[in-house]
Design a protein around this ligand. Sequence first.
Ligand code: SF4
Length: 177
Amino acid sequence: MPPTAPNASTPPRVLVSACLLGHTVRYDGGHCANMHAILQRWLQAGQVIAVCSEVAAGLPVPRPPAEIVGEGGGKAVLEGRACVQDRLDTDVTAAFLAGAYQTLELARQHGAQVAVLKNGSPSCGTTRIYDGQFSGNLVDGLGVTAILLARHGIRVFGESDWAEADACLARLTGESR
Ligand code: SF4
């Protein structure tokens, strides 16, 4: 089901990974705040919805780093063909799935049709994720939340793609830039 259209009187909402907003939600207790001008404009306009699937699912901060284990990235996790494990070999698949579905629900509540997520994460990764061996190597693939949002019609961008996300938002809402 596609996201609900936003109310015409409210600015279009954009989901943004909370760690990109400076929230200290990363596994290591840190953040990766991004100061891009487009994000600052969205923030000033009240368009940004902060999301962190892992914290939403009840995982603590800090927490052991986790990676998708098995071929196929987040898509395979959604389909039960791969799992998410943390560095202590604990299976955290259920939490990652729960967080992804909570994020999708939040998007629907706010009518968000665009998301900018932190690439490389097993939840938020938009084009790249770690290889499942805690080797530090990245491979092609999407995180669990990113693929779930994309499957439900939300346009997902990484933190290097602010201009593309902004143009997409303008197209969807009929605004000119
Ligand atoms: S789940 Fe997403 S928002 Fe939360 S810390 Fe990881 S990359 Fe950032």
